[in-house]
Design a protein around this ligand. Structure first.
Ligand SMILES: [Zn+2]
Length: 196
């Protein structure tokens, strides 16, 4: 017959030490009887505590700034859609955090057809590149300007006004998926047709 073993004094001591905010044991902890002694409730995970005490960016905003992100943004107002690739530089200048470079998908290959469009600097300023072959008044440039400015300035509003879909992989062939309906279904158009 299975009998659970009561926790040892060492286990209780370790649990109490973990539970105690100061790491100190209560004076009489080691004197406690083992039988009937309830173990302290599990401590709140450190990450949960961080979520409570420090405001964190919405997941989509964290994804955009993660350093190697491909995502598709759809305006809730107009339904307009663009796919961006946002990469963080390896190093920043003058001891500052590295900037993010923004490319927009401008061709049929969603792994390589990105055109450089602008830079998000570590202070939160986004600048359209004068060297970009996409004009600053093009819809994709305006969308990039809006997304990359708001991602630091007001990410909550950004999430209200647009839907973000981070790139997926086709479950059948492994190709990158950037069209929202494909990301949703998990299949590219060709493979979707070959599946039951
Ligand atoms: Zn596929």
């Amino acid at each position: 017959m299975y009998r659970s073993t009561p926790p040892s004094k060492t286990q209780i001591g370790a649990a109490l030490r973990f539970y105690s905010p100061t790491g100190e044991l209560p004076k009489d902890a080691l004197e406690l009887e083992l039988e009937g002694m309830p173990l302290p409730a599990a401590p709140i995970e450190e990450t949960q505590m961080n979520d409570i005490t420090t405001p964190t960016l919405p997941d989509a905003a964290r994804f955009i700034l993660a350093g190697n992100a491909i995502f598709t943004v759809v305006s809730r107002r107009t339904g307009e859609r663009f796919t961006f690739k946002v990469s963080q530089a390896d190093e920043g200048r003058d001891g500052k955090a590295p900037p993010h470079f923004v490319g927009v998908l401008a061709g049929p290959d969603n792994t390589s057809d990105y055109t450089f469009i602008g830079t998000l600097f570590s202070d939160g300023t986004y600048r359209h590149s004068a060297k970009s072959r996409i004009s600053s008044t093009a819809p994709s440039a305006k969308a990039a300007m809006w997304v990359m400015t708001m991602v630091r300035k007001d990410p909550a509003k950004l999430m209200e006004q647009a839907d973000f879909h981070h790139a997926g992989r086709c479950g059948r062939c492994g190709r990158l998926l950037t069209v929202p309906s494909s990301i949703e279904s998990g299949f590219g158009p060709e493979c979707a047709g070959k599946m039951m």
